[in-house]
Design a protein around this ligand. Structure first.
Ligand code: 5RP
Length: 227
C-alpha cells in the first residue's frame, strides 16, 4: 500500500470532522487548506445546518460559493463548534495558528465557540510549540517597535511579504513571523506578547485552545480529547 499524501490526509480529516457538526446550528469555520477541504465536505450536508460564521474573507467566499449562509460574528452570541486547522498543536491542545494570516478572526470565532475542534494531519503534532515561526499580526506603524521587543526576548521577527509586497490581513494589518522561539509556557507567552503595544493578535492559541483534535495518520483519524 502506498503512503497517503499530506493532501489525502487532510481530506480524510475533513471528512471525519463532518461527524462533529451538530444539526440545525450555526457553526464556526476556520481558514486554510484543511479548512477549505472541510468546507467542501460541509457543502454536501449544507441543508442540515443553518449557516456559518467565517474566520476570513476567503472562507466566507468559499462558504457563500456553496450557498451556505454566512453570518456576521456580531449577529451570533455563540456557536456549538468551531472547526479549524493549525500550524502546530502540542500535547495539551495548545496551538500555533496564523500561517494563513487569519488568526485574529480565528481567535475571535474560537472565543465564542463552545468547542474548538482542531483538524490536522500528523505532521502538525509537536512536543513543544515554536518550530513553526510564530505569526503575530501587528498594526503597520508599530511593526519595527514590536519587532525590537520580539528580538529582545530572543526571537527573530521576519516581516511577511508575498510577491515583494507586505501581506495585508483582512484587518488591514501586517504579519511578523517570529523564528527561534521555544514556547515552553504557551499561556504565559501568549499573554506577554499580547500586551506589547501595536500587537493585534499573537498566533498562540493557549487561552483559546482546542477541546478536541482530529489527527489524520496513516492508520486513520485519531481523536485527541484535551478538555
Ligand atoms: C490560518 C491558520 C491555519 O489553520 C493554519 O495555517 C493551517 O493551515 P493548513 O490547513 O493550510 O495547513 O491558522 O491562519
Amino acid at each position: 500500500m502506498t503512503a497517503l499524501t499530506q493532501n489525502e490526509l487532510k481530506i480524510l480529516v475533513a471528512k471525519k470532522a463532518i461527524e462533529y457538526v451538530p444539526a440545525n446550528a450555526i457553526i464556526g469555520v476556520g481558514t486554510g487548506s484543511t479548512a477549505d477541504l472541510f468546507i467542501d465536505e460541509l457543502a454536501k450536508i449544507k441543508d442540515r445546518i443553518v449557516g456559518a460564521i467565517a474566520s476570513s474573507n476567503r472562507t466566507a467566499e468559499r462558504l457563500a460559493g456553496y450557498g451556505i449562509r454566512v453570518f456576521d460574528v456580531n449577529e451570533v452570541r455563540s456557536v456549538p463548534v468551531y472547526i479549524d486547522g493549525a500550524d502546530e498543536i502540542d500535547p495539551q491542545g495548545f496551538m500555533i495558528k496564523g500561517g494563513g494570516a487569519a488568526h485574529t478572526r480565528e481567535k475571535i470565532c474560537a472565543s465564542i465557540a463552545e468547542r474548538f475542534i482542531c483538524i490536522a494531519d500528523a505532521s502538525k503534532e509537536v512536543d513543544v510549540l515554536g518550530k513553526f515561526p510564530l505569526p503575530i499580526e501587528v498594526v503597520p506603524l508599530a511593526r519595527e517597535a514590536v519587532a525590537r521587543r520580539l528580538t529582545a526576548i530572543g526571537g527573530l521577527p521576519i516581516w511577511r511579504v508575498k510577491d515583494d509586497q507586505p501581506v495585508v490581513t483582512d484587518n488591514g494589518c501586517h504579519i511578523l513571523d517570529v523564528h527561534d522561539l521555544r514556547i515552553t509556557d504557551p499561556l504565559a507567552m501568549e499573554q506577554e506578547l499580547t500586551l506589547i503595544p501595536g500587537v493585534l493578535t499573537v498566533g498562540i492559541f493557549a487561552l483559546q485552545p482546542a477541546h478536541v483534535a482530529l489527527i489524520a495518520t496513516a492508520d486513520g483519524v485519531k481523536e485527541r480529547s484535551y478538555r
